[in-house]
Each structure stands twice: as structure tokens, then as C-alpha cells.
Design a protein. Structure first.
Length: 359
């Protein structure tokens, strides 16, 4: 009887999907085909390039300050500058950025100052009180795009997260609600291949991280995260889709973390130097420079000027921050509760006593 039932059962394909991958220039700066219209604007490409150089220079200065004991633990975006710059360049001023702890490229493009970022990484939360993009979230804040839909606002949210974050349950919960509520959201996965010391292959058996969107009813795609032109193009398309009321999009940007996870990490304990060396061939800064040089849109003088400008800006910003008055240590307690609970009040008193030399 069981065999007869099995023979009578029919099977069919309930769903099928594909994940597109977009890239416009290869690692040598050669075009791979037709370019998006904005790539014909040499001035815009120069802005994208300068923004990546600016980010890399900021990172180098931050690491230097940390190594000399003047800055806290810092997360460099070395090798991943195209993800943040490309995404931010696709956004409108009124859109909202929800960054993680490695998204200074996007923050700098959107108007957060280097001095504010130095302040944040130096342990002063006033660095998160941006003078520029007031609606952007501070570093490491969860996603919240529902309010824009309820208010019928014609703007969208870009949330940048790492490949490791896609292994967590709250990521999938966010996708579920984004799909059901058709939120104006772009979930940009910065897949730099490493979740601290865990490689991408050990995190998830899925062929792509972009396909995680399918279960939530959302479109998902991959983009070459070392190609700033491709990142800007695909994030721009996803944002336009969001503004039309068509809901959220998941984009997986494939790149590589050339640095340690943070300045408190030593990546040599868990990955080979040869692997890192090989990925330097995909350097997003060198790639765009090669493309612009090939099209006569960039010269040695342009390069020297960009490097000098970025260095001067970061040195001045660091000097401004180092000369500023630090936030009192007790301030870490002052914005948690309307009335501070007794245990925390006691800790605050201890901090104050130590700061006043009474301990």
C-alpha cells in the first residue's frame, strides 16, 4: 500500500532562482563590457577615486594613532573602500545610512568629518553627534526602516553589514519583516571573506550570501565589491526600486579584508600571508586608478595631488582631535537611564573619585 502511494505522488519545481553578478572593470582596470552612463563622467570617477584614497589615508592615520596609544581599538577598511564609497555615492542626502564598525568610507562621503570619527574611536561618544548627516545612525546600530514607510517619506535606508552578520538570526528576522512590510531598504553585505577568524566557507554552505534573500521574498544579487563603479550602479538601482515602493533588496559585495579584523587582532594566526598577498591584486583603489589612467582621465600629477590633499586633511583632523577637551569618563553613565540605578550610580561615583584623585 505504501509503495502504491509513493508511485502516485507527483513532484514539481516549486521555485527556482538565479543570482546575478555585476562587474564593469577587471582587476587590471580593463572594461568588461558596456559601462553605465555615469562612468562616462570623468569628474565623478575622480571624486570616487579621491574618496577611496581619503578613506585609506584616514585608516592609516587611525592605525598610527592606535599603535602609539592615542586612539582606541580601530577597524580598518583596507581593501574594502569601494563598498562604502560606491554605496554612499548612490545615496541621496536625505537617505539614511546605518553603518557597522568598518564603514568610514561611506560615512566620510556623506559628510561625517575625520575629527568626529577620531573622537568616536577615541572613546568619546560625542563623535557620533554628526554635524553633517543628522539622520544617519551612529556606528553599530540595528536596522530600522519601517518609520519611513509609515510616514510615506520618499527616501530609503542603506544598511551595511558583514558576511559574519548574515549567520545571525536577527539578520534573517530583519529580512522577513523587510519582505512582508515592503520596506525601503537596501541590505548591503560587505562580504570580505572573514568574520573575524572564521572564513566564509566555514560560516555558511550556501553558494552565495545574496540568495539568503530568496526565503524572505526579496531580490538578491552579487556585485564585485572591488569595483566602485559596479557598487554604485547596483546600489543606485536598488535605491530607486525602494523609492518606487517595491521593497527591499539584498546586495552581496564580494571583496576582501586586507587588514586584521581590528587593531587588537593578529590575522596571521588564522590565515596565510600568501592568501592576503594574492588578494592585493584586486585592490579597488589601484583598479579604478588603472581604468582612469587608461582612459586619460587621471595623471601622475592628479595622483600626487590626491595623496597630498588626503594626508594634509587627516593630519589636520588628528591634530584638532588631539587638542580637544576629552569627554569626562563619568559621561559613560549619563545617557543610559532617566534615573541611574543604584549599582551604576555607585560605579559612577568610583569613576569620579578616581578621576579626582580620591581613589
Amino acid at each position: 500500500m505504501i509503495q502504491m502511494l509513493e508511485r502516485s505522488m507527483a513532484t514539481k519545481t516549486a521555485a527556482a532562482f538565479t543570482v546575478r553578478h555585476t562587474g564593469y572593470i577587471d582587476r587590471n582596470g580593463q572594461p568588461l563590457g558596456a559601462m553605465p552612463p555615469f562612468a562616462e563622467d570623468a569628474g565623478l570617477l575622480a571624486m570616487l577615486y579621491r574618496a577611496m584614497v581619503r578613506t585609506r589615508t584616514f585608516d592609516a592615520k587611525a592605525v598610527s594613532l592606535q599603535r602609539t596609544g592615542r586612539l582606541g581599538t580601530f577597524a580598518s577598511s583596507l581593501g574594502q573602500e569601494a563598498v562604502g564609497v560606491g554605496a554612499a555615492a548612490a545615496m541621496r542626502a536625505e537617505d539614511i545610512l546605518v553603518p557597522s564598525f568598518r564603514d568610514q568610507a561611506a560615512q566620510l562621503w556623506r559628510g561625517v568629518t575625520p575629527a568626529e570619527l577620531f573622537s568616536y574611536w577615541g572613546g568619546d561618544e560625542r563623535g557620533s553627534d554628526f554635524a553633517g548627516p543628522r539622520a544617519d545612525f551612529p556606528i553599530c546600530v540595528p536596522v530600522a526602516a519601517l518609520a519611513l514607510k509609515l510616514r510615506h517619506e520618499a527616501r530609503a535606508v542603506v544598511c551595511i553589514l558583514g558576511d559574519g552578520a548574515t549567520s545571525k538570526g536577527d539578520f534573517h528576522e530583519a529580512l522577513t519583516f523587510a519582505g512582508v512590510w515592503r520596506l525601503p531598504l537596501v541590505m548591503l553585505i560587505n562580504n570580505n571573506q572573514w568574520a573575524i577568524s572564521v572564513p566564509r566557507a566555514a560560516q555558511c554552505a550556501a553558494e552565495t550570501l545574496a540568495q539568503k534573500s530568496i526565503a524572505a521574498g526579496l531580490p538578491g544579487e552579487q556585485v564585485d565589491g572591488n569595483d566602485v563603479i559596479a557598487v554604485r550602479d547596483r546600489v543606485s538601482a536598488a535605491l530607486e526600486r525602494a523609492r518606487r515602493g517595491e521593497g527591499a533588496t539584498v546586495i552581496e559585495a564580494l571583496t576582501y579584508r586586507l587588514s586584521d579584523h581590528t587593531t587588537s587582532d593578529d590575522a596571521r594566526r588564522y590565515r596565510d600571508d600568501a592568501e592576503v598577498t594574492a588578494h592585493w591584486q584586486d585592490d579597488p583603489v589601484a583598479r579604478l586608478r588603472a581604468y582612469m589612467t587608461r582612459t586619460a582621465a587621471w595623471s601622475r600629477a592628479d595622483e600626487e595631488r590626491a595623496a597630498a590633499d588626503a594626508t594634509a586633511e587627516m593630519e589636520a583632523a588628528a591634530a584638532t582631535w588631539l587638542a580637544s577637551t576629552r569627554q569626562p569618563a563619568a559621561a559613560m553613565f549619563d545617557f543610559l537611564f532617566a534615573t541611574l540605578p543604584a549599582p551604576l550610580a555607585a560605579q559612577r561615583a568610583e569613576v569620579l573619585a578616581e578621576a579626582n584623585g580620591d581613589a
